[in-house]
Ligand binder design. Structure first.
Ligand SMILES: Nc1ncnc2c1ncn2[C@@H]1O[C@H](COP(=O)(O)OP(=O)(O)O)[C@@H](O)[C@H]1O
Ligand SMILES: [Mg+2]
Length: 307
């Protein structure tokens, strides 16, 4: 449905996206995850036909057409990271304007205003809207045509709670209806909850593609357990290292890195060595650190071929 083929975008000498190759299949919900400046917006805008590739191509629809072709653009609906509407128009007038452009039926106006919880505010000028309401209006406009492909740029960053509810509901419904959704985020939570697959972009490069489960496991791999002991001895450390060779001592604590699976075994070793646990904390892997590791290539197959 969306095919990035060695897609590269340069702005002057700056490479925003570097040879991105990834397919978003029909009916899939894919999250494009990555730190700020990693090329998410550029990739999404290109699929929306708003940016032209410097090299490679981005094809959308079935059969795939270059994203900038008018018929390809008809298949897509795009919610920008920051939406702007004429302040003097009412929410309803904004929706009507876009409805006319996209050729959606008359009843869609009320439907999408209701969907975005703006039915009470539809006749007020946009200038009286809160930031969250403007963002919800953007979401309402984006869902007007019920497009086969929906592109959402950081939809959860600026949405208020009512908008988030609408957004989660929207993605679930589209999934059920076999529609294709590509959204960007710099937070793991949304991606984990909503996406079939998560593509990680770092510095314009695809650092990896993961299922939600794979990503969760990878993060858990990077977690650790910190055990405070009444008295920490060399024997205890040696015993724990039998099950976790990288266990270390930090101040008064014994630190056991790795997945949750290793933790009970490490605790058994401590007990068997006569240790008395006075405190215990655990920490799961952090996404920002995983990003860095993926870039450094320490994360293993940083070739995008995991999914
Ligand atoms: N119009 C532009 N002109 C120059 N540089 C740009 C432009 N758009 C994006 N960039 C640069 O390209 C890189 C990727 O940006 P962007 O796609 O917005 O990343 P993200 O959405 O992941 O934060 C950044 O370094 C950004 O500064
Ligand atoms: Mg962005």
């Amino acid at each position: 449905m969306i095919a990035y083929r060695a897609f590269t975008k340069r702005f002057g000498r700056q490479v925003a996206v570097d040879a991105l190759t990834i397919d978003v299949r029909a009916g899939e919900t894919v999250a494009l995850l990555g730190p700020n400046g990693s090329g998410k917006t550029t990739s999404l805008k290109t699929a929306a036909g708003l940016i032209h590739p410097s090299a490679g191509e981005v094809l959308v629809g079935e059969p795939g057409l270059p994203a900038s072709k008018p018929s390809a653009r008809q298949a897509c609906s795009f919610l920008p990271q920051k939406v702007l509407f004429p302040e003097a128009l009412s929410g309803r007038e904004v929706v009507e304007f876009y409805r006319a452009i996209r050729g959606a039926s008359g009843e869609r106006t009320d439907e999408v205003l209701r969907f975005a919880s703006l039915n009470g505010a539809g006749d007020r000028p946009v200038r009286t809207y809160s930031g969250g309401m403007v963002q919800r209006l953007g979401l309402a406009v984006a869902v007007l045509p019920d497009s086969p492909i929906l592109l959402l740029d950081e939809p959860t960053a600026a949405l208020d709670p009512a908008g988030l509810v609408a957004f989660y509901d929207l993605v679930e419904r589209r999934r059920g209806a076999g529609r294709t959704t590509l959204f960007t985020s710099h937070q793991l939570g949304d991606a984990e909850r909503l996406a079939d697959r998560i593509a990680v972009l770092v510095d314009g490069r695809l650092a990896g593609t993961f299922t939600e489960r794979e990503l969760a496991t990878r993060l858990a791999d990077r977690g650790s357990m910190r055990v405070r002991l009444e008295r920490l001895t060399a024997t205890m450390l040696a015993a724990v290292r039998e099950v976790c060779p990288h266990a270390t001592v930090e101040g008064a604590d014994l630190v056991v890195p790795g997945t949750a699976a290793v933790r009970p075994r490490a605790l058994e070793k401590i007990q068997a060595a006569g240790g008395i646990v006075t405190g215990l904390t655990t920490e799961e892997g952090r996404l920002d650190r995983l990003f860095l590791e993926l870039v450094a290539g320490e994360g293993g197959d940083a070739d995008g071929g995991r999914a």
